[in-house]
Design a protein around this ligand. Structure first.
Ligand code: RAM
Length: 342
């Protein structure tokens, strides 16, 4: 998983592309076109790593890459950027959505203009994108996190979720999946007492953590399925020497290394996939959509160099997806190995 270089084969392809220009049989030596990537928000190292992977593959393949980081993790901020991109006329747009439905209108316009549309990290509704580049299944993420909560609490007691924004498609899918895993017999003594939203902002997430600690004196674990939230929760817990509350969730090794070491570690362990690889996979999808080697239909395949031949699958919430990564556990043993990568 570490630092993969995707050497996209510069192969002969039959160009059909999203523009629906008809079938032009042509041998291309290099990819071309302009590929925009819209993250959830600025100031989030996870988004930067993902964009870095995307840019690396697009540019090394001969494409022009434009990265946009909205000022806030809101649908409104993304819509403004997307409207601008439509005026400029892109070949491809990839977005990590802050809202499942609110981008529908602008993405419909984009598709009507013949722009290739894909999502990554956080999806929109299936009819306004061709394919979703998913980090891992919601079920895998939910099961892994609930099992961590079970383990760290000792199998019983109160826990809470510190999420990102309340509209984020990925966060809501994971929370839904967590609720369903929680129904299993094994987890009956765990009590989810609250779900709070820190909007992927450090200060807001710290405030929400403080509120949880105040409102639930018997709280044992805060599970944050967001890298910004987990780092903020860990910071608050580390500052409060008297608390026994622990944090776990999805985090970046680079922002969590201060919190996983030692017996009193506020975060015994956490999980993530490689965000750079997620961005690289997303770029491969955008290139293949643009060149017309795929349309986003289930069963289609495309080449990614060292990530192998990838097959597009049905997505459980509609439309199709590519599963890009798998979860790695990070703890005191392996954090040093990873913290310089992402
Ligand atoms: C945050 C974002 C992102 C999520 C990661 C784990 O940076 O909310 O969407 O996938 O955490």
């Amino acid at each position: 998983m570490k630092s993969r270089i995707i050497a996209l084969g510069l192969i002969a392809v039959l160009l059909t592309g999203c523009s629906g220009a008809g079938e032009i049989s042509e041998t291309v030596e290099e990819y071309s076109g302009t590929y925009a990537f819209v993250t959830k928000s600025e100031g989030n190292a996870y988004n930067e790593r993902m964009a870095q992977g995307f840019q690396e593959v697009i540019e090394s393949s001969g494409g022009n890459c434009l990265i946009y980081n909205p000022e806030e993790a809101t649908a409104e901020a993304q819509i403004e950027i997307l409207q601008d991109l439509l005026m400029q006329g892109m070949d491809s747009i990839t977005v990590a959505a802050n809202d499942e439905d609110a981008l529908s209108s602008v993405l419909t316009d984009a598709m009507e203009q013949g722009i290739c549309i894909s999502t990554v990290d956080s999806d929109v509704s299936a009819d306004v994108r061709q394919v979703f580049v998913n980090q891992a299944s919601a079920e895998e993420i939910a099961r892994t996190l609930i099992e961590a909560v079970y383990d760290i609490t000792g199998g019983s007691g109160q826990w809470a979720i510190l999420s990102a924004s309340s509209q984020a498609t990925n966060q809501n899918a994971w929370i839904r999946a967590m609720r369903s895993v929680m129904e299993e017999e094994r987890y009956q003594d765990l009590r989810l007492v609250d779900i709070v939203y820190g909007n992927d902002e450090t200060e807001a997430s710290k405030e929400k953590t403080e509120e949880l600690l105040e409102n639930y004196p018997d709280l044992k674990v805060i599970c944050a399925p967001t890298t910004m939230g987990l780092a903020a929760a860990a910071e608050v817990l580390a500052e409060r020497e008297e608390t026994d509350v622990k944090a776990t969730g999805l985090g970046l090794p680079s922002s969590m290394s201060a919190y996983v070491r030692g017996e009193e570690a506020v975060c015994p362990y956490f999980y993530l996939w490689n965000p750079v690889d997620l961005g690289r996979m997303s770029a491969c999808v955008s290139l293949a959509l643009k060149e017309g080697t795929i349309t986003g239909a289930a069963g289609e395949t495309f080449e990614t160099g060292d990530m192998g031949t990838i097959e597009i699958q049905e997505n459980e919430y509609g439309g199709t997806e590519v599963i890009a990564a798998s979860l790695t556990r990070f703890d005191a043993e392996n954090i040093e190995e990873w913290e310089t990568y992402f």
